[in-house]
Design a protein around this ligand. Structure first.
Ligand code: ZN
Length: 81
């Protein structure tokens, strides 16, 4: 698992480049957040960054499912499985 905190946008974008088939949880306050495919335009360069929210990243869907045990909803734009 890779986790990127607020202020680590450069490192986060590097992970997206290396893992185009991966999945990302856009973390919100108090355990909120949303699940995305790594290619989703809302969480990738240039619009998606780590200026406000951190990101939890996994290379595979089973791994992100495990990280998403709180059951955060999937993004309606990229429609992760
Ligand atoms: Zn998305």
């Amino acid at each position: 698992m890779a986790q990127f905190n607020v202020g680590e946008t450069k490192e986060y974008w590097g992970w997206l480049m290396d893992n185009p088939g991966g999945y990302v949880i856009d973390l919100g306050a108090n355990g909120a957040g949303r699940l995305h495919k790594a290619t989703c335009g809302t969480i990738s360069e240039p619009n998606g960054n780590c200026n406000v929210n951190g990101k939890c990243c996994e290379e595979t869907y089973p791994a992100i499912q495990q990280a998403n045990h709180e059951g955060r909803q999937g993004c309606g734009i990229c429609n992760p499985p």
